[in-house]
Design a protein. Sequence first.
Length: 107
Amino acid sequence: MTDEANNKTLLENEIWLQGAIDNEHIIYQRYSTFENIERIGHGTMGEVYKATSSRFQKSVALKKFKISSKFTINEIINEIKLHRKVDLHDNILRFHGVTTLGKDLYT
């Protein structure tokens, strides 16, 4: 894929994400609504934290993505779309939304 095509896909995905938040297809939660945040793991795409959600009154996993390249936002969008497709499966963690802290994106 050319740089021009990659940039077009990146822009389309950024627009998709913002539109999904604006139209409330994806819930945006303020980072301050999470308490007792504790790092529990990490991988190639980022880190995973356990936290308590005051909105849902239960423990949740926060996945912090490393946004280090122009392709990362595309990978995040693909992961969000995949979670939305399998959201009702008992063996898959439920996707509750996104939050940000500074420039860091969490799902």
